[in-house]
Design a protein around this ligand. Sequence first.
Ligand code: NAP
Length: 292
Amino acid sequence: MAPFRRLALIGIGLIGSSLARVARRAGLADEIVCSSRREETREKALALGIVDHAFASAADAARGADLVLFCTPVGTYADLSAEIAPVLEPGAILSDVGSVKQAVVRDIGPNVPDGVHFIPGHPIAGTEHSGPESGFAELFQGRWCILTPPPGADADAIARLRAFWEAAGSEVVEMDPAHHDKVLAITSHLPHLIAYTIVGTATDLEESLRSEVIKYSAGGFRDFTRIAASDPVMWRDIFLDNREAVLEMLGRFSEDLAYLQRAIRWGEGDKLHELFTRTRAIRRGIIEARQA
Ligand code: NAP
C-alpha cells in the first residue's frame, strides 16, 4: 500500500494511539499528527514518540491530511466534523473508529464537503483502558474492522482505507450501518450493559456482602468488573446513539431472563441444561474463529 501523506488522528486515546503506533511501525503514513483537547494528552503522545505533531485544534491536525480518522467518543463527532470541514482537501478520506455507525453517518454526513470521501469504520478491537499510554501496535492484529461506506462511495478510496486496516493487521468487511448497529448491540453493547448492571448491583449491596464480593470475585464477578471498567463517556455515548438496537436486544434478553427465572423457580433442570449446552458450543465457535 502506498503510504498516506499525512494521517490525522482526531483523538489519541487507546484506539488513536494504537493506530499511530501501527501506522508508524508499518510505514502507513509519511507524517502522523493528532489533536487532543487536553495538553496532558498531547504531551504524552509526543513523549511516546508516536506522532510528529500534536495540536489542540482538530482543524490544525486535519489541515493538509489525506486520511483523517475520528478517534474520540462518538458524541463529539458532529461538532468536530463541522470544525474540520473548511480545511478538508478534495480527495481526502474521512473516517472514524466509532462503535456505532448510523449515528456517525447522521452526525458527520451533513458536514462532509464535496470531493471528500467519507467512509465510516469500526475496528472490533479494544480493551477497558484509555489514553495514549494504553495503546499498542498489535491491538488490531487478527481482529475484524467493519467499514460502512455510503452508497456510491468512491471505490478507490474504499480500497485505500481497506488496505490501511489490512496493513494494521485487521480483516476488513463491509456492512450496512443499520446492520452493524444491530450486530454490535448484541455482541458488545448489551454485554457491557449487563456488566455495568451486575457491578452496580454489587456496589449497592450492604457493606458486609460487598467486601465478600471483592474477596471472592474470581468466581465470575471479576470478568464483569473488567468490562464495567470501560470508559464512562464512551459508553454513555454508545447507548444514547444506538438506543433502538440496544432496546430491542434488551427486550429479547429480558424475555430470556424471565424464562430462566421461571425454570429455576419450578426446578426445570432440563431447560437450564439444554440452554447451557447450547451456549457452551458458542464459546467453542469463538475459539475456533480465533476471536477468543
Ligand atoms: P480514549 O482512550 O478515552 O481516548 C479518547 C480521546 O478522545 C482522547 O484523545 C480525548 O482527549 C479525546 N476526547 C474525549 N472527549 C473529547 C471531547 N469532548 N472533545 C474532543 N476530544 C475529546 O478513547 P478510546 O477507547 O480510544 O475510544 C475512542 C473511540 O473509539 C470511541 O468513539 C469508541 O467508540 C471507539 N472504539 C473504542 C473501543 C475500545 O474498546 N475502547 C473499541 C472500538 C472502538 P483528551 O485526553 O485530551 O481529553
